[in-house]
Design a protein around this ligand. Structure first.
Ligand SMILES: Nc1nc2c(c(=O)[nH]1)N[C@H]1C(S)=C(S)[C@@H](COP(=O)(O)OP(=O)(O)OC[C@H]3O[C@@H](n4cnc5c(=O)[nH]c(N)nc54)[C@H](O)[C@@H]3O)O[C@H]1N2
Ligand SMILES: Nc1nc2c(c(=O)[nH]1)N[C@H]1C(S)=C(S)[C@@H](COP(=O)(O)OP(=O)(O)OC[C@H]3O[C@@H](n4cnc5c(=O)[nH]c(N)nc54)[C@H](O)[C@@H]3O)O[C@H]1N2
Ligand code: SF4
Ligand SMILES: [Mo]
Length: 687
């Protein structure tokens, strides 16, 4: 598209599931058309956005966008055939199916299912109001943050941390188990500013990512072994006098027992577990000990293992040991979610209507739809599913089972979507959804500290309707009464903001964002941590953060519960995010697909040789859960024995229509569940 110069620009916020929640400016060509997207001049975004969102015109004006309601006209299959119907007919069918399901099997047989296609509070979480008013099955959100939340909260007490803008004042930045070059590019901008001042960057990641390539030290460990690395680093910090004894006694529960425990966790012990050399561990420990202005940016990646919460907790012990929290530019950040906990979501989520119903594990949708009684918590089978904002046929673990469930002829499925995703293909009714530039919403951010308000910039494409509109229409048909169903999106935001003591919607929109950061002392817990005794906990009480805590280690350690490689499955698979996609979003835009080329399995050249496989050859990858075909690619930046598949390509991008999550187990992580996407032992064979 040729974009004329000097187009008017409108403020908005990137809605995608990304810690950056970039403040953006969108060029508007006419009432239906946008030009390019730019980063706004916000103190965190700093004018930077990722390439995939800069070219958002490719997505919003995509020729394959859903534009009208559709009804399935063939038997359920991965190749759904659909015919257009009117909105009224489509909504009537959905309402009738919901009503008859509830009449026959009870409200818990209906499962509204959602996740984070948009992060706007109204468009994402309004489905909770719908659930609460109907008394349907609820959802335990375990795709993404559960494991990291548990690991962070058990020691620190609340999901917040050091101000990410202070990275620019740090002397050492440790990006631990995240790949911001792919997943939150403006963090790299802050790191680059620090590097210009001479700061060092360390990256802890099983493979040489774009972020690792920029590091002064890359600790390329085996997946699932971060607890061992962090514990051995603590062993050295104590031994070599880098522990801040005053800080430890004032702010933490560190005792002689902790010290005795650490004294046994030698670098050699960790080297054997992690596959790193003793020298690499010593070098990192000294670098960390010598630089008190050290900022650990805790990523999600290393939490996505069965022992992920234990690993995250072990890493949070480091700044508590050296007292790095005392320094500007020191400490750690995982997410700032708790900064917004005072936002009153009663109207949006119908929190005044919560009832005692079962809560089903989002990641176990395969077992749930195929009727596993344990997962159904001895309740009725799911007979109707309403999906908004997520693509579970691809993103959920054990996708073969998810698809088996979606294929059930006795299961009514409605999917509200922007594209004909692999999930929508199994639907009985498909409804077309607006994109963020076509509706109003309110955003908070994990990676920074701003609340933002956005207004529709262009008219909805075709007959698309927003999530809020669709829920209100269904609520009317189902006689649900709640003030939230009678308000516009804007009014919902306005009431919510006012009830929360924030700027009203119009002011917030005009000012673009409101910074809710705490001061330095508050952010860095210098008035105490958010645990019951105000101390950081080296000895975590896991029972505080989840029900399955009984066997968990009570000190920082390596915990051997991962899907370890064995004779049958000799490789460890990491299913990391691809740069040009955002989960499965953008897998439809031509430039993203062109840049990612095709699904690939990155394999160390020594392993390729041992397997008698050549670079580019097709291989079959098998785990205990499933198998798929993919092309192998020689890649030196990974330990022998570890393989990487950047994703999440649609299942239909694979030769047999089976994608990466067919390999990933739906076993819940400890202690509170959570998807173990990077914890899979596999076999690789030439196909
Ligand atoms: N381009 C792009 N951006 C995204 C996404 C995307 O898919 N693509 N997804 C978005 C979403 S929903 C989220 S939650 C965030 C996630 O963003 P991140 O916090 O970056 O987390 P992950 O995406 O899970 O994985 C990041 C890195 O963790 C590494 N990793 C895996 N296992 C281990 C381990 O055991 N130890 C260590 N040290 N590292 C490990 C992987 O190799 C990978 O490089 O990104 C968001 N942004
Ligand atoms: N192998 C592997 N699997 C993973 C991960 C991994 O790292 N590796 N990461 C996991 C993580 S961290 C996450 S968060 C999940 C993410 O899983 P999902 O939340 O399912 O993320 P997406 O695949 O991006 O799907 C979001 C869908 O919502 C749609 N959508 C966007 N905006 C709207 C809207 O306003 N209305 C409606 N109705 N629809 C909308 C988009 O078109 C898209 O199809 O995936 C998990 N799965
Ligand atoms: S970096 Fe993340 S928040 Fe920013 S524009 Fe890209 S996807 Fe959106
Ligand atoms: Mo996520």
């Amino acid at each position: 598209m040729n974009t004329p110069v000097d187009l008017p620009r409108f403020h908005s916020t990137c809605p995608h599931d990304c810690p950056s929640t970039c403040a953006i400016e969108v060029e508007k060509i006419d009432s239906h058309t946008i030009g390019r997207v730019y980063g706004a001049d916000n103190s965190y975004t700093q004018g930077v956005v990722c390439a995939k969102v800069a070219r958002y015109a490719e997505r919003i004006h995509h020729p394959d966008r859903l534009s009208q309601p559709l009804r399935r006209s063939n038997k359920k299959s991965a190749d759904g055939v659909f015919e257009p119907i009117t909105w009224d007919d489509a909504l009537d069918i959905v309402a009738e199916e919901v009503q008859s399901t509830i009449a026959k099997y009870g409200a818990e047989a209906f499962w509204p299912y959602h996740y984070a296609g948009t992060m706007g509070l109204v468009q994402r979480d309004g489905i909770n109001r719908f659930r609460n008013c109907l008394g349907t099955s609820q959802q335990h959100n375990t795709f993404c943050t559960t494991l990291a939340d548990a690991g962070w909260n058990v020691g620190v007490g609340a999901k917040r941390g050091a101000d990410s803008r202070l990275i620019e004042e740090s002397d050492l930045i440790v990006v631990w188990g995240g790949n911001p070059v792919n997943t939150q590019v403006n963090l790299m901008h802050h790191i680059a500013t620090a590097k210009k001042r001479g700061a060092k960057l360390v990256v802890v990641d099983p493979y040489k990512t774009g972020t690792a390539k920029q590091a002064d030290q890359h600790l390329m460990l085996r997946p699932g072994t971060d607890g061992a690395l962090a514990t051995a680093v603590m062993h050295l910090l104590v031994k070599e006098g880098y522990a801040d004894r005053d800080y430890l006694s004032k702010y933490t529960d560190f005792t002689a027992v902790t010290e005795k425990h650490l004294s046994e966790k030698t670098p050699q012990w960790a080297a054997d577990i992690t596959g790193l050399s003793v020298q690499e561990i010593i070098t990192f420990a000294r670098l960390y000990g010598e630089n008190k202005k050290s900022f650990i940016r805790v990523g999600y990646g290393f939490s996505r293992s069965r022992n992920g919460a234990v690993n995250v907790h072990a890493v949070t012990c480091l700044p508590a040991l050296t007292g790095a929290w005392k320094e500007r530019g020191g400490g750690a950040l995982y997410s700032n979610g708790a900064l917004y906990s005072n936002i009153d979501k009663t109207l949006i989520e119908g929190l005044d209507r919560v009832s005692d119903v079962r809560v089903l594990d989002q990641s176990r949708i395969g077992d749930i739809l195929t009727g596993n009684p344990m997962d159904l918590l001895d309740g009725p089978p799911i007979k109707a599913l309403f999906v908004q904002n997520t693509n579970p046929a691809v993103v959920a673990p054990e996708s073969n089972k998810v698809i088996k469930g979606l294929l059930r002829e006795d299961l009514f499925v409605c999917v509200h979507e922007q594209f004909m995703t692999d999930t929508a293909k199994f639907a009985d009714i498909v409804l077309p959804a607006t994109m963020f530039l076509e509706h109003d919403d309110l955003y908070v951010a994990g990676g920074h500290t701003h609340v933002q308000m956005t207004k529709k910039i262009v008219e909805p494409f075709g007959q698309c309707r927003s999530n809020h509109q669709v829920l209100c229409e269904l609520a009317a048909r189902l006689d649900l009464e709640h003030p939230g169903f009678n308000m516009t999106e804007w009014d919902l935001c306005d009431h919510t903001l006012k009830a929360s003591g924030l700027h009203d919607a119009e002011t917030l929109y005009k000012e673009h964002w409101q910074d809710v950061a705490r001061d330095f002392e508050g952010s860095n817990f210098l008035n105490g941590f958010d645990t019951p005794d105000k101390k950081f906990h080296f000895s975590p009480d896991w029972s505080r953060v989840g029900p399955n805590y009984q066997s968990m280690p009570t000190m920082p350690d390596h915990w051997e519960v991962t899907d370890e490689s064995s004779g049958s499955y000799p490789y460890r698979l990491v299913a990391a995010p691809a740069r040009q996609f955002l989960n499965t979003t953008f897998t439809e835009t031509p430039t993203s697909v062109k840049r990612e080329k095709r699904p690939a399995l990155l394999v160390h050249p020594d392993d390729l040789m041992a397997l008698s496989i050549t670079d580019g050859q097709k291989v079959r990858v098998t785990s205990a859960c499933g198998n798929l075909l993919v092309h192998a690619k020689a890649f030196e930046g990974v330990q022998s024995g570890v393989v990487i598949m950047e994703s999440i390509w649609p299942n239909s991008a694979f030769e047999e229509g089976v994608g990466v999550n067919a390999l990933v187990s739906a076993e819940p992580g400890f202690p509170n569940g959570g998807g173990v996407f990077h914890d899979t032992a596999v076999k690789v064979e030439s196909a």
